[in-house]
Design a protein around this ligand. Structure first.
Ligand code: SAM
Length: 180
């Protein structure tokens, strides 16, 4: 599966922390990258720093023009899934999305402030993670977890410098020799 997250409406003054967390959740729970509709190198640097230490190939692209990005995505055969509390309940559509994701790339759109009405139109699915307002970080985490059915939680990341040794008590982090 190839899943990319598009973060819409990021306001560099207000949303740094939330957008960074969206990127971290996307990376940790199985997405390949994040597109950001603002130029914010702080967010990009902080997620790339995590990827360098903890592995994987997660990419962050900033300054993305969302209409162009979505149009290109669809032209190239990708599907678009917009997370919104106004959408269809995730429990009713996740199987269809999972099936579709076996042969199509999926762009998952999450908003910050009000999302432009066009997004609802362009999306192949408007998906509600429950029809109550909550958080884009939680919505994305639950969406990815339902999509991958929990398997993403066992993922190991390539080229990691650091890896955690899971323990019932205490902490252990081992340094891994980088693959050439
Ligand atoms: N009032 C905004 C709107 O018109 O969409 C919602 C802002 S909300 C704080 C930010 C983002 O969180 C939304 O754009 C959506 O992606 C996500 N979100 C919040 N609650 C959600 C839910 N129940 N299901 C899916 N996504 C949700």
């Amino acid at each position: 599966m190839e899943i990319v997250v598009l973060r819409l409406g990021h306001r560099p003054q207000r949303d740094k922390r939330v957008t960074t967390h969206i990127g971290l959740v996307a990376r940790a729970l199985g997405a390949s990258g994040m597109l950001l509709t603002a130029e914010d190198k702080t967010v990009e640097r902080s997620i790339s720093g995590v990827t360098k230490r903890w592995g994987g190939d997660f990419f962050v692209q900033t300054g993305v023009k969302w209409r162009e990005a979505v149009a290109r995505w669809k032209r190239e055969g990708g599907k678009v899934c917009h997370l919104t509390m106004y959408g269809e309940n995730i429990l009713d559509v996740i199987e269809e999305i999972r099936e579709c994701a076996t042969s199509n790339r999926i762009l998952v759109i999450v908003g910050a402030e009000k999302v432009p009405p066009e997004v609802y139109e362009v999306a192949d699915w408007n998906v509600a993670v429950g029809n109550q307002p909550h958080s884009e970080i939680a919505a994305l985490a639950l969406f990815l977890d339902y999509l991958y059915q929990g398997k993403e939680l066992r993922a190991r990341f390539k080229h990691a410098e650091l890896e955690i040794v899971p323990k019932r008590a205490g902490k252990e982090v081992k340094r891994v020799r980088r693959e050439q």
